[in-house]
Write a protein that binds this ligand. Structure first.
Ligand code: IPE
Ligand code: IPE
Ligand code: MG
Length: 260
């Protein structure tokens, strides 16, 4: 248990309405960094004869229940994919909805996240993103910057390839300025040019909706992640789904290319 928890400095997570409690998993078997691809909102809405946007709205509750579950079980870093650099391909109406929806959710939830000891970080590109979304994200980052119970990376207008290419461009600029030497770029040096150089490698990569692909999420950071795909639509996910995925993760044997 971290010092902050023991001190009751933070508001404790609200227990799940079913009374469920996290499974007992040894600390060393817990993933440190969990990445979530929150997929299936559109299909969830379609199944109910609703507009796709209703699925996104329903997904908000799923996300914040999962956040509470992550706090309860003791995850230190959670990255959530809320809008990809490819999602601009959707209809202008859906894009517009997602922009204002993300902006409103961040504004509405930031105090609660702050009280729970969460440090919010925006990970993504600025290009095309609504100014008002960037402003809310920056305000949330500023408000929560000294919190240290859990990092919540809000990945909005994020793309793994775009992140790597932007990193290459920044690196080339430093090369030109002779801050770096050609031939001396290691993985460690390159990682400094990613959006969040201090981001831990992803341990558990979870995707809902039954699709089995990464869709360009945290490509560099997930090189050795354990993949867990579940056939549940995002709005039907809650903290118990996360705990189940963590139990599956804890059973896996991670070898990182080594041998026993
Ligand atoms: C994920 O749900 C949310 C975002 C990509 C913003 P989708 O909107 O992709 O839902 P499906 O995959 O169409 O069901
Ligand atoms: C990935 O889901 C992006 C987010 C969840 C934000 P998509 O629904 O956009 O991915 P594809 O189109 O199935 O690859
Ligand atoms: Mg989808």
């Amino acid at each position: 248990m971290s010092k902050q928890r023991a001190d009751q400095k933070w508001v404790k997570p609200t227990p799940h309405k079913s009374g469920a409690t996290p499974p007992k998993i040894k600390k060393e078997s817990l993933p440190r960094h969990v990445a979530l691809v929150m997929d299936g909102n559109g299909r969830w809405a379609k199944q109910r004869g609703l507009e796709r946007t209703k699925g996104h709205e329903a997904g908000e509750l799923a996300l914040f229940d999962v956040v509470e579950g992550a706090l309860e079980i003791g995850i230190s870093e959670l990255s959530v994919y809320a809008f990809s650099t490819e999602n601009w391909r959707r209809s202008p109406e859906e894009v517009k909805f997602l922009m204002s929806f993300n902006r409103d959710v961040i504004r509405k939830r930031r105090d609660e996240m702050h009280q729970r000891g969460i440090k919010i970080r925006w990970v993504g590109r600025e290009a095309k993103l609504w100014r008002s979304v960037v402003a809310e994200l920056e305000e949330a980052e500023e408000l929560t910057k000294n919190n240290d119970l859990m990092i919540l990376n809000m990945c909005i207008n994020y793309g793994g390839r775009a992140e790597i290419v932007d990193g290459v461009n920044a690196l080339l600029t430093d090369l030109q300025k002779r801050k770096l030497k050609p031939g001396k770029i290691t993985e460690k040096v390159f990682a400094r040019y990613l959006d969040e150089p201090k981001m831990n490698d992803v341990d558990l990569f979870f995707r809902s909706s039954g699709e089995q692909r990464t869709s360009n999420f945290l490509m560099w950071q997930s090189a050795y992640a354990e993949m867990v795909f579940m056939d549940v639509l995002w709005p039907d996910v809650d903290r118990r789904t996360l705990w189940k995925a963590i139990e599956i993760y804890a059973e896996r044997e991670r070898r990182f290319g080594g041998a026993k």
